[in-house]
Design a protein around this ligand. Sequence first.
Ligand code: SAH
Ligand code: SF4
Ligand code: F3S
Length: 458
Amino acid sequence: MLTYKDYISKVKNINLKRETPPLCYLHSFGCQQNVSDGEKITGLLVDMGYGVTGDLRSADIIIYNTCAVRENAEMKVFGCVGELKHLKEQNPELIIGLCGCMMQQKHIAEKVQKTYKQVDIIFGTFALNEFPKLLFEAITNKKRICEITENYTENQEEYNIVRNSSFKASVPIMNGCNNFCSYCIVPYVRGRERSRNSSSVLNEIKQLADSGYKEIMLLGQNVNSYGRGLDEKIIFPELLRKINGIDGDFKIRFMSSHPKDATQELIDTIIGCDKICKHLHLPLQSGSNRILKAMNRQYTIEQYMEIVNYARSKIPDFSFTTDIIIGFPNETYEDFLQTMQIVRQVKYDNIYSFIYSKREGTKAAEFEDFTSFEDKSRWMRELLQAQREISTEHYKRFNGRILSVLFDAESKTEGYISGKSDEFIIVESKADKTVIGQRKSVKITRTFNWALQGEIID
Ligand code: SAH
Ligand code: SF4
Ligand code: F3S
């Protein structure tokens, strides 16, 4: 039986016969984990002889790596795929592939097969190894192929990863989720939780540090439950300490942490390790115990606040960010006000808020919902307004202070570049583009409700 590597060679041989190397375009929707998968798929494409392009129109193969977390994420994908129809008409040789979380849902894969005839290849989140074979068949047989398996066969092979950045790297340390929050599709499309061996994680990070990467982002749907199910005995704070011990000029971030697994040991480790950014993304979802229970979040607001208060007892302005869902089925205004109360109490540096979106197949999709969309939208506006006021006030604490900032992009403000402080706050400075990719000390001189501005001092 041929392995995926055999199919990589077969496609490569076909591509080598072409006058110029064909080009691939890949876009990942959704979370960092998906973006990280996208880097592996691009790696496979490069192994198969493709060059990478950021221009859709010049591509010989277009891959959309999709996200299913909310309805609007899916609508975005359908919109983009619809627009490819005319490209395919102009160039029938163009190969179009859809993969990732959305495709792992049977009803979506069927809809794509039925409605979007321009799509040649469909594969889910478990079938990265199958991709070279699917592509080979699509090229040689010119037939449309769909491969959605639910069997995850642990991939011990190390992929060639084509990273999107030369100074920030994502490193998945676990995949899947066992939590089954009642609103969430992720456990259904990503399967059960699987942690990577610590030696494999540490080796990858050593290589990244040696190549000069300045920031390592550890990824997992529930990073802080890392280690469960592994033969070796290791928990997340221990892994963090080992990574902190690796030589190199880099900082460590991680997401997402689940409050039920956030321990004092985790906070102590963040504070005690010089390479770990003093910031925790701790999704709250709701400030109402009634709603948290219906969401199956497995913590109470009191337990959540215990961890926040513990961190703040050690570092008074320890930075927290969070995710909030507005309008879970039958949420009342009183429930929402409890969320607002926690938001005001914690003083998050940033919140990512979403209106509840019904996901077919989840438990919450069976709940009747009497809360109107108008109410949900109004509450959302109230929350955003409150958060703007909170961050305006809370960001003032940085005025005059010196923050460590990794610059990663040009700013929209002419002549400025932008980056993230350790606290995960946007910082802008007047500087040349050549500073992008470097970590600098910045003295904060101005604060807004969405960012800070300052002068690079060294
Ligand atoms: N594993 C991570 C987050 C995964 S999804 C965690 O547990 O924190 C990212 C965010 O999307 C979630 O934190 C939640 O706020 C939001 N989300 C997930 N499902 C949703 C849904 N059905 N409707 C609205 N928001 C949702
Ligand atoms: Fe979804 Fe909950 Fe798992 Fe996060 S922890 S991925 S919200 S089921
Ligand atoms: Fe979306 Fe899948 Fe991530 S559903 S949020 S891309 S795990």
